[in-house]
Design a protein around this ligand. Sequence first.
Ligand SMILES: [Zn+2]
Length: 485
Amino acid sequence: MNLVICLLFSCFLRHVIARGAQRSTSLSSGFRNDSYAAITRHLFEENQSQPSIDIARGYMTNSELEKAVKEFGQRCSHISRIYSIGTSVKGVPLWVIEISDKPGEEEPEPAFKFVGNVHGDEPVGRELLILLANWICDNYMRDPLVKLIVENVHLHILPSMNPDGFSLRRRGNANGIDLNRDFPDQFFPWNDYEDARQPETKAIMSWLREIHFTASASLHGGALVANYPWDGTQDKRRNYYACPDDGTFRFLASVYSQSHYNMSLSKEFKGGITNGASWYPIYGGMQDWNYIYGGCFELTLEISDNKWPNAKELPTIWEYNKISMLNLVASLVKTGVHGRVFSSDRGRPLPGSITIKGINYTVKAGMAFADYHRILVPVERYEVMAAVPGYKSKATSIWLGEEAMTVDFILDPGVTSEGTLLQSICGCNCGHKSRHLLVDYFWGIHFEVYLVLIVVLAFLCFLLRRRIKFNLLKHRQSPKRSVMV
Ligand SMILES: [Zn+2]
């Protein structure tokens, strides 16, 4: 009897420690749900009955993870590539798997990233991400959802951001720094010096400068919920603190929780989602930094109530999360507004800014193709605006249904005089003086000659616009509802 009481107390203590380390304020909130706890107990039943077991047994070591990444790269070389974004404090490479039908090539497609093992003592994510990569490899051509992802998204997977913390079995990195507090913060700029940051944090920051990610998710343990910005509040109080895209994030977080086996059933978190600051505020987190500075919509996914469950639970946790992970990535192309921005004079891609009326947030179009991917709550009316310095902005009102929609913009140079417009068409460097000459000759003896010239120019202009439209159609990847503005 004493043994049973001892085991129960030990399990309770571990549960409290696991939560307390990451969720210190949730203990004081007073919420508790018996049915949710029952699900948790059922899920981790076996682990709780063996409290003395070596927790790392059955989990990949760092060298085994590296081997798994490289083996995957060889086995699935047709739809993937392997690269490193840097090294940890102890020099362990931070390996990334990119999955796409054209890995390493820039395309007018959205990019998504999964980051696992941010906290060293939360290793479930790194295992699930390797399973995810292999699942995609094995089911490409068989599963329509997987095919959609491979052909329309560039998926980047970093199984472990904190390999040193994993081998030390602790939350922080080898310097004992919590990497999810090491990013620049909108309210408290105490760690604004990039040189003072940890190498793992710097690697993530330069990764975002290199790749234009549309959305991402980091994987954690210790609870079962999809967390969204803001993570911090200005007055440091625990309150719901909505970011400009609160609705968008609630939608995105719900895509995950509603596809999950039991995340949305939580009574602790309504619908299995939570605003970070209303749960407990943090500062220097990766999630808010991604949204503010990276233009990337990031979620923090707590995928197992136990931070380090028995490895025997991994296949179950994978099954519970698999469809959620796939649906989250696929939501980038199945919903939202997508398109490209072009100049009307030469048909050049213009890497401009896209804004939505009523949402104080700007999405940048890509540099190479000027493609943009704007996640939005479906079944709503929006006014989408494209702006590029030196060009006249354009706005259009759309009805966004359940499916994704394409809205391409063709912007005119921001000029009004006929002479300058002619200049931009012919591409010559006509000065102010020659514009006067043009007007003089126009009404002079060569009137007929210039009339023919204008007709020819107008015809060329017509052909150019046709070519732009043709290019737009060529780049469209799915039978989305399309609008050209
Ligand atoms: Zn964590």
